[in-house]
Design a protein around this ligand. Structure first.
Ligand code: UDP
Ligand code: GLC
Length: 387
């Protein structure tokens, strides 16, 4: 991809959207690059299967207790950050640039970059503020970025604007939207919908609404359950796992609700899956229900690529991905009544469903291509290395 040699850094071993997106970027840099991870897990395996060299820094478990909402960093987390930074600095020698894919890895990389005298790029995939991060964490991240980042690559204008609003330097920011490889969606066939439904035990004529997000309160699965409670014949497919620590009680709450007699088996909780394209194809409509501003929302593009219309909550980067009435429908966050109305309107109007899906599919392919994302990142790498 680029002649620059890049040492990517990430803090987690599991596959969230940030990690799915980095797979493509790291793969396209694998000839001259590597990735340093703080935890082992499926992410390391996915990177290795794409031919990316994975270097285990280990020691990331001490950072697990630090949450976006934490207000006081524990002494052990600070000590772990410094330890990890020294480990990273020791291996940074052969690389031109450090490229951090998360807030935690950016803090480690920015210290390592100072020690090893390497420029640091932060791929910012979070909205700093808007209820996601505590004030303390936002201030720490902004200060570190203003002092230590050569560039901040934001996954949407909303993410970049939130960074600037919180005090980040505007001149650091370049927006590079996520791009998604359409190949797994192109291989879906006309019969996929029925085949996938048969496996799920959902009849072809049932109105099936899917939600494909990790299980976390801000992803708003409870709002979808509230909407489904008002639509007695509709079924809901809830796909995604509780990826990060502390989310188990939310999963338990959702599973308990799904079992309530009032839903009469209409809520199907599938957990984390690796066959998202065909499950998207099983649905009539895909709901993205985040109650806090979504930085980007890869699933929105994936739904469009699968030819399924999205009903998404208006906030964050979502309006940059979905245009209300053209490529999907936008509703206010946390409003089960509005969600029900939007879903019901689509249920009654299959022609509109087809039109939104057709327009969405073209939009996703032209505006959110993997190539455009890779060339945006390549440009930033080139500029940073040249300076
Ligand atoms: N995903 C998956 N299996 C699941 C649920 C989600 O592979 O069971 C993928 C989904 O296809 C998408 C990513 O996880 O590519 C989630 O990214 P998104 O940007 O939508 O949300 P995030 O979790 O990063 O906030
Ligand atoms: C983060 C965001 C999500 C975004 C993904 C990829 O996980 O929560 O909105 O799509 O990163 O950039």
């Amino acid at each position: 991809m680029s002649a620059a040699s890049v040492l990517f850094v990430d803090h987690t071993g599991v596959m969230g959207g940030a990690q799915h997106s980095l797979l493509d970027i790291a793969e396209s840099n694998r000839e001259h690059g590597a990735i340093a991870l703080m935890e082992d897990g499926p992410y390391a395996a996915a990177l290795a299967s794409r031919g990316v060299r994975v270097i285990q820094l280990a020691g990331g478990s001490a950072l697990r207790a630090v949450k976006k909402s934490s207000t006081v960093p524990g002494v052990s987390a600070i000590a772990a950050t410094v330890r990890l930074a020294y480990r990273l600095a020791r291996i940074a020698g052969p690389y031109d640039v450090l490229y951090a894919n998360s807030p935690k890895s950016f803090l480690v990389a920015t210290l390592a970059g100072a020690v090893a005298r390497k420029p640091v790029i932060w791929h910012l995939r979070d909205i700093l503020g808007d209820g996601h991060f505590s004030g303390t964490n936002t201030r720490v991240m902004i200060t570190a970025a203003n002092l230590g980042a050569a560039r901040v690559v934001a996954n949407s204008h909303a993410t970049g604007d939130a960074f600037v609003h919180a005090g980040g330097r505007r001149s650091l920011v370049t927006v590079v939207h996520n791009g998604i490889d359409p190949a797994p969606f192109d291989s879906l066939v006309a019969g996929t919908r029925s085949i996938a439904r048969a496996e799920l035990g959902v009849a072809d004529d049932v109105f099936l609404v899917g939600c494909f997000s990790r299980l976390h309160p801000w992803k708003g699965q409870t709002v979808l359950l509230d909407a489904i409670a008002r639509m007695p014949s509709a079924h809901a497919l809830i796909v995604g796992g509780a990826l990060f620590s502390g989310e188990a009680p939310y999963e338990a709450e959702l599973r308990a609700r799904a079992e309530l007699p009032s839903y009469a088996g209409r809520v199907h909780m599938l957990g984390a899956r690796d066959d998202v394209p065909r499950l998207l194809a099983a649905c009539d409509v895909v709901v993205h229900a985040s109650v806090l501003a979504e930085p980007f929302g890869r699933v929105l593009v994936e739904a469009m690529l699968a030819g399924r219309p999205v009903v998404a909550t208006h906030g964050g980067g979502v309006p940059e991905v979905v245009t209300d009435g053209e490529t999907g429908v936008l509703v206010p966050p946390g409003d089960a009544r509005a969600l029900t109305e939007a879903l019901d309107a689509l249920r009654r109007d299959p022609a509109r469903v087809s039109q939104l899906a057709r327009q969405g599919a073209v939009h996703a392919r032209t505006r959110f291509s993997r190539e455009a994302m890779l060339s945006g990142v390549r440009r930033v790498l080139g500029e940073v290395v040249a300076s």
